[in-house]
Design a protein around this ligand. Structure first.
Ligand code: PPS
Length: 569
């Protein structure tokens, strides 16, 4: 079992000539614009990374995968790979019809014969696949708020792989890796999956794994989609490249995997194993809390730290790849080396820096010791994650019309400009509606588009090191959360709920709109005839009743200082 035969595995691509013909014919088919996650899935379906799948799951396979981690024919497969679409699109599709699958520029990557169309029970999918129907789980959030309502399934015909302009030479299909291993005479290969930069503990772990398995090492980082908030893959790949020369060149290689992770812990580990088996590996490293999604909404871990190892062990023979399991690695000061936590005797000094602590040190510009990471890695990380007081950020005010959002936002803007150092942009509700969203009304759909536009602009400002101050009503929690995620990929997000009660806003009625709303002359008016979902855990809540603007603005500034966004004097 532990020797790889490295014969090519089946792909879903047709020949070059057929692809040219098919591309022209597919131009007339109903076409679906793939989401970023679907593009990742399709690439691995087409190149054999998801072998034995031949397309997006049909309903029978989906039900079976959700319920028992197996395709209908009994083959082990833990993750539903589904083509989620809008109801509108699904309504136009007949069973048996072919559809074109296009990337975001409109290039046709493949076609799919639709053999199945259904509305999934997403609550069941969340419970069974991710272990809880809890929106704190990124994949559950995605399922309910990003994925389309209807799933289509059927076999895929591959025309061409998605184009990547970045790190081209570092990306390999399963068959390219198999050919490479064959060429070098590698027959035992241990794969290391990662979505984080490599620090010294990871290096030790991979060295040990290669020794234990007497195998060559494949560093196989995920560059498709990882957990929201992770270090971006450009930075990570630069970090990997910086440490690669610390590995023996003759026995180690690195390849990038365009996988969209789901953070499904145990099920994800089994899935990762199958994917590595397809890439020609014989061994797979599973450490502590593999593909863990973090804490649930009750503040507890979704999965136990070694649940993934447990599930992998149960299915190891079927996966066809051997697990190299590791306990948590920690640094033993007396011996100046990393060792598995469970092998260390009492009385020695154990050092460890958690992911959260590392982020804190980077955010605050504090020292990161040499025993923890490589100077090259730390310097790359510092370039993309400058200290918080030098990063861009967004202050997002939300509250009823007339609650005082704009007034406080203006005061905060002026104070920040007085401090200097970073450019400040105010995206006020009224101003945005004039310049960015003039065609939009106040239906839920239009409000959401409006807020997402604001979020997009704010995220660009944040990414480029500026300060964005937003002050829309933003009445819906899910949309605000989406904006938060967009921004937190680049910098801090400070949500300020301007919680002035409705009665007070109505009493002020600065623009006379409440009166008109009460008279029914303005429809869908927030607080009167349209909902406002108050934030449950904003960074700050202020009520302007009986408090002057300056005081409220001061509270915001203090909050920003406390969050480390404004450097103290
Ligand atoms: S939203 O829900 O976030 O998209 O709203 P926003 O872009 O902030 O726009 C709110 C301003 O538009 C005026 N206005 C209304 N508000 C709420 N409901 C209805 N139906 C409506 N119609 C017009 C109102 O002046 C809001 O401004 P503010 O500054 O919040 O008072």
């Amino acid at each position: 079992m532990s020797i790889s035969n490295l014969a090519p595995i089946p792909e879903l691509y047709v020949s070059y000539e057929s692809a040219q013909k098919l591309k022209v014919e597919a131009g007339d088919l109903p076409s679906w614009d793939l989401t970023p996650r679907q593009i990742c899935d399709l690439e691995l379906l087409m190149n054999g990374g998801f072998n034995p799948l031949k397309g997006f799951l049909d309903q029978a396979d989906y039900d079976s995968v959700v319920e028992r981690m197996r395709l209908e024919d009994g083959t082990l497969w833990p993750m539903p790979i589904t083509l989620d679409v809008s109801t509108e699109f699904a309504d136009k599709i007949e069973i048996g019809q072919d559809i074109a699958l296009r990337d975001q520029e409109g290039v046709i990557l493949g076609t799919m014969t639709v053999t199945s169309r259904w509305e999934p029970d997403k609550h069941r999918e969340a419970e069974k696949v991710f272990g809880a129907d809890d929106l704190a789980h990124p994949a559950v959030y995605y399922l309910h708020h990003t994925a389309g309502r209807i799933y289509l399934g059927g076999p895929v015909t591959g025309i061409q792989p998605p184009v990547h302009y970045d790190f081209r030479a570092r990306r390999d299909t399963p068959n390219e890796l198999r050919a490479y291993f064959r060429k070098l005479g590698w027959r035992r290969i241990v794969a290391f999956q990662t979505r984080n930069p490599l620090h010294r503990a990871h290096q030790e772990l991979t060295f040990r794994a290669a020794r234990e398995a007497q195998a060559n090492l494949l560093i196989h980082p995920v560059v498709g989609m990882t957990k929201p908030g992770d270090v971006d893959h450009f930075t990570r790949v630069r970090c990997y490249e910086a440490v690669l020369d610390k590995y023996p060149q003759a026995t180690t290689t690195m390849s990038l995997l365009n996988l969209a992770m789901r953070m499904a812990g145990p099920r994800e580990a089994v899935w990762h194993g199958l994917i590595r088996k397809n890439h020609g590996c014989t061994h797979f490293i599973v450490g502590r809390d593999h593909a863990g999604p973090g804490k649930n909404s009750a503040g507890e871990d979704f999965y136990g730290p070694y649940d993934a190892q447990e599930l992998f062990r149960q299915h190891q023979d079927e996966i066809g790849i051997e697990m190299v399991d590791f306990r948590h690695m920690v640094y033993v000061q007396e011996r100046a080396q990393y060792e598995p936590a469970d092998e260390i005797e009492e009385g020695v000094t154990v050092l460890n820096i958690s992911g959260t602590e590392l982020r804190r040190r980077l955010a605050e510009g504090l020292e990161i010791p040499e025993w923890f990471s490589f100077p090259e890695v730390v310097s790359e990380l510092r370039k993309t994650r400058p200290a918080r007081s030098k990063q861009g950020f967004t202050v997002f005010f939300t509250g009823l019309s007339g609650s005082g959002k704009s007034t406080i936002a203006n005061a905060v803007m002026v104070k920040l400009m007085e401090m200097g150092g970073r450019p400040v942009t105010l995206l006020d509700g009224d101003v945005v509606r004039k310049h960015l969203s003039s065609e939009l009304g106040f239906s839920k759909e239009h409000r959401d588009i409006n807020i997402r536009r604001i979020g997009y602009v704010a995220s660009e400002i944040t990414k480029n090191g500026g300060i964005a101050i937003c002050a829309p009503i933003a009445p819906y929690s899910a949309t605000r959360r989406g904006v938060r995620e967009m921004i937190e990929a680049y910098g801090a997000f400070c949500e300020v709920h301007v919680a002035t009660p409705l009665e007070e806003c109505e009493k002020r009625d600065r623009k006379g709109l409440y009166k008109l709303a009460r008279e029914g002359k303005i429809k869908e008016f927030t607080g009167i005839s349209d909902p406002y979902e108050a934030p449950e855990t904003p960074e700050l809540r202020v009520d302007t009743t009986g408090i002057d603007v300056d005081n409220c603005a001061q509270q915001v500034i203090l909050k920003l200082e406390q969050m480390g966004l404004i450097a103290g004097r």
